[in-house]
Structure formats: structure tokens, C-alpha cells
Design a protein around this ligand. Structure first.
Ligand SMILES: Cc1ncc(COP(=O)(O)O)c(C=O)c1O
Length: 398
């Protein structure tokens, strides 16, 4: 069968592949410690589940406007009026099947073959794939140190006639880092100068630990609203990954293009889920806070132990539920009689030999690192760290 070149230009998501392998081992009765998945381990909060049941019973089971039900579009506008001080019109909002679909629709709407789109490494796995699917070329900015900030000089060098957009992901998956004011100011200046669209993937913005909220480019530079798309959703903050609900706000022209694509592809996000999402956005802050506080406790549990492993460095993530640790000190050494050649291979050894599932940095454009999700119980964290310490004790020179 002939398959289109565009699908041959991408690979299956490595994070989903490792999670699937870990699940298969678990199903076969193995005691796998899963630290690979990118999803909270809490049940979706009760008031949201109840709102979904009410929506089903009220008969919200038919097609909805493909841009989203009016109540949810209104709730999203209200969120950004309060949080960013921006009055988005109803034609500036779209609701999709996850933040992932918002991002996909945005790439399809903005990029053409020969265009370039800029992504800071380490990056979420789907950005380069989505850019390639739009026929464009991802320009991946190398990172400088474990602050994992924006490499402003590399961004400046990447700005050319065909450079259309830059994606900001703060807090960042996989590093947990949060962009600082000076990073955002540099992006703002370059976006104005080189006519770039800025895409803010804010999906982890409620999960920050050291500041009440992460800095936002539109709070510092509201004049950029006419060239900025803000993408968010309910997956991470409300533990609703499987519900598939995301949304975006931005310039009306771009939103109209994204709505048109959705009209002709998936139509609306699941109607009764949209009603549940209204309940999520209306939840008192305590609902998210209880989950955030638990993640904060787990961060304290895992990061010092990773950082104390010989040959390992782990910076404290400012947000998300990921610890991104450098295992460069293990490369070239020997573990249980085998040479450690890469973190890709090390992640395979951890899963097959020690039953600890983590994602290798190679997936995120950062060879030498491993991503540990702490969206799991403290028992899993403690046991995984015990196994890592036992493993580290067996490290030897070649
Ligand atoms: C950085 C980032 N953006 C977007 C998404 C997609 O979120 P959603 O579940 O809303 O599609 C994820 C999910 O892993 C993510 O990590």
C-alpha cells in the first residue's frame, strides 16, 4: 500500500510507546513502577464527574457547534479576562479535542512547505511532528544549561524570511522549567521585529510550585495579543486527560482558520464533556490546589534522591510533574556487565531489568537525560529510587 509521505515523516510518540510497554508488562503480572506517563494519577474531581452525568441526563448528546458550546466559549473568555486582563471576543475562541488538537490545527493553519517553526529543546515530542505534518521544518534551539530557559541568541539566529512562529511551553514538558521575564521579553522583541506568531502552550500553568503563577508573555506585552495564540485545556490541571478537551484563544483570523479545519475534520469536541469542562473552569481553586500540593510534596520526595545518585544531576522543576535528570555521568560506564551507551538504551535497561518505566531524553531532543514523572504514588517514587540506588551501586568503569 502506498502511504503518504507526510506520515512517513513522523514516528509514533515514544512516550506513548514506553507507557504501552510498561502497561503490557504490568498486564502480564510484572511489578512495573510507571514513571513514564504524562498524566495525573488522581480521579477526575467529583463535581466535574457529576456535571458530566447531569449533562448526559439532560440530553447533551448531539452535535454541538464545532467551535464549542457557547457556555464553554464564554467560560474560556472569562478565564482570560480575569487572568490575562484581555477581552477576547466570541470569534477568538475555539474548543477542540485536547490541547493537542488545538496545536495541530494551529500548525496546519499557519505553516506551508518551506516554512520554519522554532521550538526550544528539550521539547514536547509532538511539536516537531506536528510542524512536519504541516510540511514545514522545525528549528530546534539547543539548550544551554539545566535552567532550560530560552536560548535567545539561537532564536535570533533562527529568525529568517520563512520563520513563521515560535512555540513557548512554560511550564515545560519535559523539564518543568518556567520561562522568566527576560526570556519572554526577548521573544516579544524578536516576534515584533520578525513578524512571528507566538504560540503559548500553557497546559501546565496551574501546576507551579515556587510562584503563585508563571510569568506570561501577554501579561508583560499585551500588544502581542494580535499575534499570539494561547493554548490550554483541562487534561493536566483537572486530571481529565482521557476526556479530550482543550481550547485556544487568539487572533480572530487564525481562530477562524482553526475552526474551519475542525469543521471539516473532527467537528466538535464531545458535547457532554464540554459541559463538564464548564464545571471544571468553575471549580473553586481548592480543587486544583489539593492536587498541586500533593505534586509539590512528591517533588520534594524525588528530586533530592535523583540528584544524590552518583553521576546524576537533577534541577528542581518549577512546575509540571516531571523531574528531568542528567545521566550523562553514566554514559560510557558499565552496569551489570553491560556498557551504558545512551539514555535510550539505559531507559530500556531500566524497564526490562529493573521494571522502572521512564522516558529517555532522546525523545525530547535531550540525549543524556531521563524524564521521571512523579504523577504516581509516593510508594512508587520511594521504591523506584531504591531500585535506582541499587543500580547505581553496581556502576563501574569500563
Ligand atoms: C506540553 C504539552 N502540550 C500539550 C499536551 C496535550 O494535552 P491534551 O491532553 O489537552 O491534548 C501535552 C500532553 O502531554 C503536553 O505535555
Amino acid at each position: 500500500m502506498h502511504l503518504a509521505t507526510r506520515v512517513q515523516s513522523i514516528s509514533p510518540s515514544p512516550t506513548l510507546a514506553i507507557s504501552a510497554r510498561a502497561k503490557a508488562l504490568k498486564a502480564a503480572g510484572e511489578a512495573v513502577l510507571s514513571m513514564a506517563a504524562g498524566e495525573p494519577d488522581f480521579p477526575t474531581p467529583e463535581p466535574i464527574r457529576q456535571a458530566c452525568v447531569r449533562a448526559l441526563e439532560a440530553g447533551h448528546t448531539g452535535y454541538a457547534p464545532s467551535a464549542g458550546v457557547p457556555e464553554l466559549r464564554q467560560a474560556v473568555r472569562e478565564r482570560y479576562r480575569t487572568e490575562l486582563g484581555l477581552a477576547y471576543g466570541d470569534d477568538q475562541v475555539v474548543v477542540s479535542c485536547g490541547a493537542k488538537q488545538c496545536l495541530y490545527n494551529a500548525m496546519q493553519s499557519l505553516l506551508e512547505p518551506g516554512d520554519r517553526a522554532v521550538v526550544q529543546a528539550p521539547y514536547w515530542v509532538s511539536y516537531p511532528a506536528q510542524i512536519r505534518l504541516a510540511g514545514a521544518e522545525p528549528v530546534l534551539l539547543p539548550f544551554e544549561d539545566d535552567r532550560f530557559g530560552l536560548n535567545g541568541d539561537a532564536l535570533e539566529a533562527a529568525c529568517g524570511a520563512r520563520t513563521r512562529l515560535v512555540i513557548l511551553n512554560s511550564p515545560c514538558n519535559p523539564t518543568g522549567s518556567v520561562l522568566e521575564d527576560e526570556d519572554l521579553d526577548r521573544v516579544a522583541g524578536l516576534a515584533r521585529e520578525h513578524d512571528l506568531v507566538v504560540i503559548c502552550d500553557d497546559i501546565y500553568d496551574k501546576l507551579v510550585y515556587d510562584v503563585p503563577r508563571p510569568p506570561h508573555i501577554l501579561l508583560r506585552h499585551p500588544d502581542l495579543a494580535d499575534r499570539t495564540l494561547v493554548v490550554n485545556g483541562v487534561s493536566k490541571a483537572y486530571s481529565m486527560t482521557g476526556w479530550r478537551l482543550g481550547y485556544a484563544v487568539g487572533p480572530a483570523e487564525l481562530i477562524a482558520a482553526m475552526r474551519k479545519l475542525q469543521d471539516q475534520s473532527t467537528s466538535n469536541a464531545t458535547t457532554f464533556v464540554q459541559h463538564a469542562a464548564c464545571a471544571a473552569l468553575a471549580c473553586p481553586p481548592s480543587v486544583v490546589e489539593s492536587m498541586r500540593a500533593e505534586f509539590a510534596r512528591r517533588r520534594e520526595r524525588i528530586v533530592p534522591r535523583l540528584d544524590a545518585l552518583p553521576g546524576v544531576r537533577c534541577a528542581r522543576p518549577a512546575g509540571t510533574f516531571y523531574a528531568f535528570a542528567s545521566f550523562e555521568g553514566w554514559i560510557g560506564r558499565e552496569l551489570a556487565g553491560r556498557a551504558v551507551e545512551s539514555t535510550l538504551q539505559l531507559a530500556g535497561m531500566l524497564l526490562e531489568d529493573r521494571r522502572v518505566a521512564v522516558v529517555p531524553g532522546e525523545a525530547f531532543g535531550a540525549p543524556g537525560y531521563l524524564r521521571f514523572s512523579f504523577a504516581c504514588s509516593t510508594e512508587v517514587i520511594d521504591e523506584a529510587m531504591d531500585r535506582m540506588e541499587a543500580l547505581a551501586a553496581g556502576l563501574s568503569e569500563r
